[in-house]
Design a protein around this ligand. Sequence first.
Ligand SMILES: Nc1ncnc2c1ncn2[C@@H]1O[C@H](COP(=O)(O)OP(=O)(O)OP(=O)(O)O)[C@@H](O)[C@H]1O
Ligand SMILES: [Mg+2]
Length: 234
Amino acid sequence: MAQLQLEQIRKSFLNGESEEEVLKGVNLSLEKGEVTALIGASGSGKSTLLTIAAGLQPLTSGKVLFENQNLAELRPEQVRKIRARHFGFVFQSSHLVPFLTVEEQLAMMMDIAGMKVSKHEKETQIKNILEQVGMTHRLKAYPPSLSGGEKQRVAVARAIIHNPKVLFADEPTASLDSKRSKDTMALLQGVTKSLGMTTLTVTHDEEMLVYADRIVTMSDGQILESAESAGRFS
Ligand SMILES: Nc1ncnc2c1ncn2[C@@H]1O[C@H](COP(=O)(O)OP(=O)(O)OP(=O)(O)O)[C@@H](O)[C@H]1O
Ligand SMILES: [Mg+2]
């Protein structure tokens, strides 16, 4: 069974007097252990689809199915709980809190996710995740002292510290150079496999598609094609 399933998603925005349909009946299944890359022209609806899949904004019609529950039908408080416990997010900019150390940012996420763990266990988990992203040496650092690539590695660690089932990333490499971008995507792919997550990432960069298992192209609010990454790009 798919980890997250989108069925006939439609989304319209009121644009002055007229209604503009930005998503026109999108179907998409996201499987466990897979990275799905969402590509397409600017304005085609990629970010809108991602935020709807993550329960961050309401949809006009359709279903977002996560573990047999339709997010579109749940109360906002129920969606908030699912999001905090089971979803992780990485955006173009790392959005780290400047006055919290790397360690404190991760501890805060565990609290938000409602994880009930001892102080010792918390420290161990934080160290483990930072090891995965190669940042243990900056445990006590504040974000302003980190490089762009390091900030994004901490952002990835923060997105996965609560062991989410689905990871959403919107242009996670847009502010990084080519080497850092590849490192970040390889990391996302690695943790998706090792933690058995499902990852949906928007990207503009063709070079990043080798790190995806599946490539989905959006055009004018619809999905055009879906391809396996291997074979097409490797
Ligand atoms: N809150 C909103 N109100 C009105 N229109 C919106 C809103 N959010 C998005 N749109 C419109 O929906 C369309 C799709 O936007 P979206 O941000 O999903 O595109 P995108 O594919 O992510 O583009 P980009 O690659 O530039 O990030 C655009 O025309 C945008 O202006
Ligand atoms: Mg976008």
